[in-house]
Design a protein around this ligand. Structure first.
Ligand code: AMP
Ligand code: GLY
Length: 439
């Protein structure tokens, strides 16, 4: 297992439930949850390919799983494969679907894939200005490469008017945010967002329950974008504002993408993640990620009833279409505990008391994220600290269970978005969709 976040803790948990396999982990921080489930671990940067490869060879690894995007981009899958190690994650070529937003949009354009947005890329500020001024509607401004989910700015949410738009375009180009002196400007999609994750064997996919993540830092969807503050899913696999037809359209889009990647000689093996906006014209593609989502993995993996290792094997040998995906039909609510100041200026090294036993007694799952463990305490880093997932038949009960569990996490300098999964927020989303005539 490569990665030290809550998503990776949830993946380890699925592996552990599956076969009681011996897990060897590589992570840059000492995640106590992963430490507990692992036979051994190596503390190392996940993008240090040589060290990870050496460790994998030394431990005679049968199957490698890579959680985060950075090692995918750095070519860890390719290097492990070259050394005869099976990897259930995409190669760097296939992962371009996430790591190069321009390439992703061009692929959708080339193959006429549904759900595309209008877009252009620019290296020139004057041309960017002309495009924005002449564009009929609002835009989103994106760096081309990876920014940890924090590089996108949307008109009306993060900036207002052409001058502020250009200010950000200039910043992205001048500071090479996302690795290139280039910017992607695309149509702003208006509606409600949802995530659809699926497993892919290169030819066919098995989609999981739809999830809604909450990117904005503060309650009521205010503040800067973050890696994700929490998420929920419903027992029927849909969302209160997501009809089955839109779910199926999104799954068909992911299937079209897998087929297009095949035609480009970029066979896609592993989990794939689609971020969609349901608009009045149906689901639109916001982004595609080459991995499970964080937090979204924590909504779906605990529900897996099909053996996870068997699913990974089927992804590797191309037999996914013969497999049945069984998911426990429960609702889930996941909320992250983050350090105070997260997304702006995190309070690092703060002590967090986690009463694991009481959390377990609530029936919730606890997944540690970017914390460091020292003498039975965990300490914050600049990223998200830990997540708690409430699971129940009804969404409202899952939310209550999650909150109950959160009362057993104490710290002077922690922050939680308590509105995630609440009836009030879901009502607001439904009203929004009705106003847009989507429902
Ligand atoms: P990303 O890093 O691509 O997930 O973008 C972060 C967030 O920005 C998304 O979750 C959306 O809420 C928002 N966003 C990105 N692209 C668009 C778009 N074209 N239209 C509207 N919102 C967007
Ligand atoms: N939850 C957003 C992501 O994993 O990219």
């Amino acid at each position: 297992m490569v990665g030290g976040g809550a998503r990776e803790h949830a993946i380890c948990d699925a592996v552990y439930r599956s076969k009681n396999a011996d897990i060897y982990s590589v992570m840059h921080n000492l995640n106590p949850g992963i430490e507990f489930l692992s036979k051994e671990y190596l503390l190392e940067k996940e993008t240090n390919i040589d060290r990870v490869l050496d460790y994998a060879k030394q431990k005679e690894i049968d199957l490698a799983l890579i959680g985060p995007e950075a090692p995918l981009e750095a070519g860890l899958t390719d290097e492990l494969n070259r050394n005869g190690i099976n990897v259930c994650s995409p190669t760097s070529k296939a992962a371009r679907i996430e790591t190069d937003k321009e390439w992703m949009r061009n692929l959708l354009r080339k193959y006429g894939i549904h759900g595309q947005l209008k877009y252009e890329t620019f290296t020139d500020i004057k041309k960017s200005r002309r495009f924005i001024e002449e564009f009929d509607g609002d835009v989103a401004i994106k760096p081309i490469g990876l920014t940890g989910g924090k590089g996108v700015k949307v008109s009306g949410d993060h900036f207002y008017g052409t001058d502020e738009a250009i200010e950000y375009v200039k910043k992205v180009i001048d500071e090479r945010i996302g690795g290139k002196a280039k910017v992607l400007i695309e149509e702003k999609a208006i509606g409600e967002e949802f995530t659809l994750q699926a497993f892919s064997d290169g030819n066919s996919i098995l989609p999981l329950h739809a999830v809604q993540d909450h990117k904005r830092l503060f309650s009521g969807d205010e503040g800067p974008n973050t890696g994700g503050m929490g998420s929920y899913s419903c027992a029927n696999g849909l969302l209160p504002f997501l009809p089955r037809s839109s779910y199926e359209e999104a799954a068909a889009i992911l299937q079209e993408i897998i087929e297009a990647l095949n035609k480009e000689n970029c066979e896609y093996i592993g989990p794939i993640y689609g971020q969609f906006m349901i608009t009045a014209e149906g689901p639109k593609i916001i982004e595609i990620n080459a991995r499970l989502g964080d937090p979204e993995a924590m909504n779906v993996l605990p529900l897996l009833e099909t053996d996870f290792i068997e699913l990974c094997t089927a992804m590797l040998d191309g037999s996914l279409s013969n497999k049945k995906l069984r998911l426990n039909r429960k609702s889930t609510v996941c909320k992250y505990v983050v350090p105070e100041g997260y997304g702006i200026n995190s309070m690092v090294g703060e002590k967090v008391l986690v009463d694991e036993k009481s959390i377990k007694n609530t029936g919730s799952k606890l997944f540690y994220a970017s914390v460091n463990k020292k003498d039975n305490f965990v300490y914050t880093t600049s990223s998200r600290s830990l997540a708690v997932v409430g699971i129940a038949d009804a969404l409202a009960d899952a939310e209550k269970i999650c909150e109950d569990a959160l009362s057993h996490v104490q710290g002077e300098h922690i922050f939680i978005r308590h509105d995630i999964g609440t009836e009030e927020l879901i009502e607001k989303r439904m009203k929004h969709m009705k106003k847009l005539n989507v429902m």
